[in-house]
Design a protein around this ligand. Structure first.
Ligand code: ZN
Length: 342
């Protein structure tokens, strides 16, 4: 079977399934692509649309060819037959208006591609009314229409929508696949690997299997921010080991005032504590925060399992409270007291 997704790293299950459908000409008229932001969902869309539209489909070369006018338009994001719908301006949901536009537009035949693709970004943000209105288009679209719903979590879509579409999922990539991809495809990654192996390893651990996130972190400004967050998380862990009141208050203010930033930092604390727990339980653990297993092993000797669970639980509760709009200072103070950092 031909692989129509040669530019997609990993994700074998998804690429095999879609390649099989393309090969057998069983084109789904609605496709849900579920996965984390930065996990390659938009790249899948481009390859899928190009595989169906490539003008060299009958040739023997690799498909999509990426050179014919149709492929060039799709990969260059210039095709009028690829229509994107999503959150507008400051809105937090996709309303019925966006869907009404599609309802009539689908009857206008494609401009120059064989198919017309409607990409609904953040599809789970469609209101219930919008999804119900969308059902009408979804039930009997013209044969040239393909709807592609991109989302983080398809379970938030109505069952009636999900049952009329094929759902595929993008996967997190293993650190080894990420490493190979970045070192062959990215000049910045190669240069970082050569100049600072440690920073490269920290980047790999922090990108959580997402190429999009890895590419973002190759930007030195973003990386600096990440390393400063990791530094705060490490300081909280060392504070738990040596308990110093002055340091505790310094770290409390270093955690900042912005909820989202504090939550990100506390999630790093949880990841670090998770590593220390795993180090106590497993002989050959796979770490998610520390790049140096030996050093992390030494840190873990300063804690009992129960004290680690206390810190983990307190950080998790603080994140939960901050997301529910609780007072920032009091929440952090409670967390520090519950983790015995104060
Ligand atoms: Zn082509």
């Amino acid at each position: 079977m031909r692989n129509y997704f040669s530019g997609i790293v990993g994700n074998q299950k998804l690429t095999e399934r879609l390649s099989m459908d393309i090969e057998e000409n069983k084109i789904p008229h609605a496709l849900i692509i579920e996965g984390d932001t930065g996990s390659g969902r938009h790249t899948v869309v481009k390859y899928f649309a190009a595989a169906l539209s490539c003008e060299r489909r009958n040739g023997s070369e690799a498909l999509p060819c990426r050179k014919c006018p149709s492929c060039e338009k799709i990969f260059g994001e210039k095709s009028p037959d690829i229509i994107k719908i999503g959150l507008e301006g400051e809105k937090t949901s996709i309303g019925v208006d966006a869907v009404r536009f599609m309802k009539t537009d689908i009857f206008v035949e494609p401009n120059d591609l064989k198919y017309k693709f409607y990409i609904i970004e953040d599809a789970e943000k469609m209101t219930v009314q919008a999804q119900n209105a969308f059902l009408l288009s979804l039930e009997e679209p013209p044969p040239y229409v393909v709807f592609i719903l991109i989302c983080n979590n398809s379970s938030l879509l109505l069952e009636t929508v999900r049952s009329r579409a094929l759902t595929v999922r993008t996967e997190r990539l293993s650190p080894q696949i990420m490493r190979d991809y970045l070192l062959t495809e990215s000049k910045e990654a190669k240069s970082l690997f050569q100049t600072s192996g440690d920073e490269f390893e920290e980047l790999l651990l922090s990108c959580d299997g997402s190429i999009g996130r890895a590419l973002m972190l190759l930007n030195s400004k973003e990386r600096k921010k990440l390393f400063s967050d990791r530094d705060i998380a490490s300081k909280i862990i060392s504070l738990a080991a040596d308990r110093d009141l002055k340091k505790a208050f310094d770290i409390l203010s270093a955690l900042g005032q912005k909820r989202q930033e504090i939550c990100q930092r506390l999630l790093l604390v949880q990841t670090a504590v998770r590593d220390l727990i795993v180090l106590k339980k497993c002989e050959k653990p796979e770490l998610c925060f520390y790049t140096d297993t030996e050093k992390a092993g030494e840190i873990s000797t300063h804690f009992t399992l129960s004290s680690l669970f206390d810190i983990y639980g307190a950080a998790a509760e603080a994140v939960d409270c901050l997301e529910k709009n609780a007072n920032v200072r009091l929440t952090l103070l409670n967390m520090f007291i519950a983790s015995k950092l104060l």
